[in-house]
Design a protein. Structure first.
Length: 201
């Protein structure tokens, strides 16, 4: 697996996060968070930034570079946690994620975290992206959420969301701050037409 990871700011977008303890996804809504689930989403891997993130109660700070550039040294700042001095900044990642039409009023989110299970999941997505981008020039991956698995890390463990790359699509306009172009009206068919199963992004 790719041994990278680091962070991204939220770019002003509402955020999503994976809760390893609760084993569920949540999204920002109003002043709080609400749980949600999903089948598929588009991840804009060209937006991936890496670096260091400090997350605390009411605190989010990140030192970022686009993935592939040299990551700066971790800041020396320390904080107290469980009676011990530990680094304030940890490896994390951040990337933009688009959910299908019908997901809700907001479809475009930032996924930015230092959580180990999420790092593991994104590392797998990145491996798939690097392996497949040559055959899918100009496209970005569609991933499918397939539950979770538990994995030990040192003295603890984390629940890892299983996100499998199942398709590649042209980058949706929403990632560029644009509205999706309305679909052209098609002539009424003489016979019923079956759905194609195409991703609704």
């Amino acid at each position: 697996m790719s041994n990278f990871l680091s962070a991204n700011d939220s770019d002003g977008l509402p955020y999503i996060q994976w809760g390893s303890d609760a084993v569920q996804w949540s999204k920002k809504q109003g002043d709080g968070q609400v749980p949600f689930t999903f089948d598929k989403a588009v991840i804009d891997m060209t937006s991936l930034k890496v670096g260091w993130i400090k997350i605390g109660k009411g605190v989010y700070d990140a030192i970022l570079v686009p993935f592939g550039e040299d990551v700066p040294a971790r800041p020396n700042e320390m904080v107290e946690k469980n009676g011990k001095e530990v680094p304030a900044y940890n490896r994390g990642f951040g990337v933009s994620v688009l959910f299908p039409e019908g997901f809700g009023d907001e479809r475009l989110f930032s996924w930015s975290t230092t959580q180990k299970g999420s790092l593991e999941a994104m590392s797998k997505i990145l491996d798939d992206y690097e392996a497949g981008k040559g055959a899918n020039a100009g496209k970005i991956p569609v991933v499918q959420f397939k539950g979770h698995v538990n994995k030990k890390f040192g003295m603890g463990s984390s629940n890892i969301p299983q996100l499998e790359t199942v398709d590649w699509v042209d980058k949706p306009a929403e990632f560029n701050g644009e509205s999706a172009a309305p679909a052209e009206a098609a002539p009424t068919p003489a016979q019923p037409v079956q759905a194609t199963g195409a991703s609704n992004f």
